[in-house]
Design a binder for this molecule. Structure first.
Ligand code: IPE
Ligand code: IPE
Ligand code: MG
Length: 248
């Protein structure tokens, strides 16, 4: 599939991806799981490039969940090292491509070297106006929602926020994603049909796209295929088809 096949008038503004299946992809090839993570970086590069080219404004990549801390230490260490090495290697190219980097998640839980490298990338790209690339690191939606609830409760306790004024806008402003619109499309690779604690609130009305392809095999063509699939769908938001058609 080529970028020309995509209708630029009905692009999702924000695409979120659960990049899954690196370990199984490697195992199928008789390799170590880490090899799969390395190959997965090439998919990240490809997908970021094509997303920018077709004009997607926000791309959120689930790179490491709160639950992933429970993996064997060797794998966690390898993933953190890979993260640092990748950011270091890619930041100039991302900057050239006008990509702006963001992180959501429990930033303080990351190893210091990761925090430093990520913060540098965020600072270097802070004035870029192209694709917003949001990495979810040490992220989980329950963690995010609980933090928002605590912050709101604290403000109510201090009298700076009236509980009657808590609406969707107020709640959204306390999430890590407060600067970004909700994703219209969420993609998960590797054949699993679950959300795994990703953006539970923000995905309320997202279109979900599940593909059996493992992340290291998910490249430009597969991303464009997912966008094309999204463009075939009718988003009704509780209404009926005729109402949607009449506003077109
Ligand atoms: C996704 O691939 C990458 C991370 C979660 C960091 P996995 O490592 O989950 O690979 P599988 O799902 O075990 O194949
Ligand atoms: C979800 O993948 C997290 C990331 C892709 C970073 P997992 O492989 O950790 O999810 P589960 O455990 O299979 O649900
Ligand atoms: Mg997995």
């Amino acid at each position: 599939m080529q970028p020309e096949a995509i209708d630029k008038r009905s692009l999702p503004q924000h695409v979120a991806i659960i990049m899954d299946g690196n370990g199984r992809w490697a195992k199928e090839r008789g390799q170590d799981r880490i090899y799969g993570h390395h190959e997965g970086v090439i998919s990240v590069r490809d997908v970021v490039a094509v997303a920018g080219e077709i004009g997607i404004q926000y791309l959120t990549l689930y790179a490491f969940s709160t639950e992933n801390w429970n993996r064997p230490k060797a794998e966690v260490d390898a993933l953190m090292e890979l993260l640092v090495a990748t950011i270091r290697k890619e930041v100039d190219e991302l900057h050239k491509k006008n990509v702006r980097m963001h992180v959501i998640g429990d930033f303080a839980a990351l190893p210091e070297i990761c925090q430093k490298e990520m913060q540098e990338a965020i600072d270097i790209t802070a004035n870029n106006t192209g694709l917003n690339l949001i990495l979810a690191l040490s992220y989980s939606a329950k963690w995010e929602i609980l933090n928002a609830v605590k912050a709101i409760a604290q403000k109510a306790k201090e009298g700076v926020l009236n509980p009657d004024d808590i609406d969707e806008t107020v709640f959204h402003s306390h999430l890590c994603t407060h600067r970004f619109p909700d994703p219209e499309l969420m993609i998960r690779t590797s054949g699993e049909s679950r959300i795994s604690n990703f953006l539970l609130y923000q995905l309320a009305y997202s279109e979900l796209y599940f593909t059996p392809t493992h992340w290291p095999d998910f490249r430009r063509a597969q991303f464009l295929q997912a966008i094309a699939d999204y463009q075939q769908r009718e988003r009704r938001f509780g209404m009926i088809s005729e109402q949607i058609q009449s506003t077109k």
